[in-house]
Ligand binder design. Structure first.
Ligand code: HEM
Length: 356
């Protein structure tokens, strides 16, 4: 059986719907993935945020010094406290609050038109600014937040060396300590809501650490992939300003090229998936990217942990594509192909260079 590299593989490389690779079980059939996500008792979400590359002792010491911890809160929580925490966070992303963000998103795109790299000049900071607005967190230094969050993504989901862990670990610790400080200072709507609800500082910081990464890094990636793909199709680019075209295109990108390419679960007991016996305590890597031929997708997961930001991510992507295409009809890709971000669960081009 050919070796599957978990950080770069495509569906076409898999030879079985349940394939053992690099110590993990890759599950790729739509029905299996959906059934796994639908049953959080047999398939625990506890490993959702576990470092893919085990943290080496030197980096671990830094994390301990920084009092870093990720207790079960949202994505990694199989206990009863999940419901309450999820409800609290969901109140910041109601359809009405998300819809009200549209003019702000459009004006942020306008301010960012004219750049030569649509990742660096547009997709990089826009989702972080929108997220901080929605969470009522003013006075955040966005470049620092992006350094912390992109570094954290690589630290937890990357195929990285011990040296790289040591380069990144201070950003991981500093980010967490900043969250602890904002919680104690009740600085921002989200932090006040957590403190008022009696959520401990450890749980609040762990929850915010995940939320402030998941809530914008993934959207940066979706914007990057969607802009690149749209610019490769002149006919589509011309139609994007028409009603509904951007929304439909975003859905197609999510289906076949979602940035959150995989998500993990842990088996609570021995199970059989597509006829393959998988032992208890096994790490499953669920492929969320759909098949070209299948209209369904699981890009935002399914069931109890379904993504709380799906509506926001869809809106940001559609508004961004429509606005750029309206104002820059002659925009086109230039230069060599981009480098890619290749992490276990996240994939996207690191640049989208353009000319007009
Ligand atoms: C393209 C953008 C995004 C993608 C592809 C994505 C994908 C996902 C996936 C696959 C999950 C796991 C679902 C499961 O276990 O069933 C998830 C969970 C989550 N996402 Fe997103 N996400 C995106 C954007 C966002 C945004 C903008 C937010 C901000 C609100 C967000 C917040 C969350 C939260 C809080 C959870 C955990 C929910 C829970 O455990 O109850 N995501 N997301």
């Amino acid at each position: 059986m050919p070796l599957v590299d978990l950080f770069t593989f495509t569906r076409a490389e898999l030879t079985s719907p349940v394939q053992f690779a690099g110590g993990r079980w890759v599950v790729s059939a739509y029905d299996d993935v959906r059934a796994v996500l639908a049953d959080p008792v047999t398939f625990l979400p506890d490993n959702a945020l576990t470092a893919v590359t085990p943290v080496a002792p030197a980096a671990l010491r830094s994390l301990v010094r920084a009092r870093f911890s990720l207790p079960p809160t949202l994505a990694n929580n199989s206990s009863a406290s999940h419901t309450r925490l999820r409800k609290l966070v969901a109140s910041f992303f109601t359809p009405a609050r998300v819809a009200a963000a549209e003019p702000r998103i459009r004006s942020l795109v306008w301010e960012r038109l004219g750049g030569t790299d649509l990742v660096r000049d547009l997709a990089w900071d826009l989702p972080a600014i929108v997220l901080m607005d929605l969470l009522g967190c003013p006075n955040v230094d966005i470049p620092t937040l992006k350094r912390w969050s992109s570094g954290s993504l690589e630290f937890f989901w990357g195929d990285i060396t011990r040296e790289r862990q040591l380069e990144l670990v201070d950003d991981v610790g500093d980010f967490h300590q900043w969250l602890v400080k904002r919680y104690h200072a009740r600085d921002g709507e989200l932090f006040r809501a957590l403190a008022d609800a009696g959520i401990s500082v450890e749980d609040s910081a762990g929850l915010c650490y995940f939320l402030l990464i998941a809530g914008q890094e993934t959207t940066t990636q979706l914007l990057s992939t969607a802009l690149r793909r749209a610019l490769r199709d002149r006919e589509l680019w011309a139609r994007l300003p028409l009603p509904g075209v951007a929304e439909e295109f975003v859905e197609d990108v999510l289906r076949t090229e979602t940035p959150v390419v995989t998500w993990r679960r842990l088996t609570a007991r021995e199970v059989v998936l597509s006829g393959v016996r998988v032992p208890a305590g096994a790490e499953l890597v669920l492929l969320l990217r759909g098949k070209e031929t299948d209209p369904r997708h699981l890009a935002f997961g399914y069931g109890r942990h379904f993504c709380l930001g799906a509506g926001l991510a869809r809106l940001e992507a559609a508004v961004t594509l429509r606005t750029v295409a309206e104002h820059e009809p002659s925009l086109h890709l230039t230069g060599p192909g981009p480098d890619w971000l290749n992490l276990l669960s996240f994939r996207a081009p690191r640049s989208v260079t353009v000319a007009r």
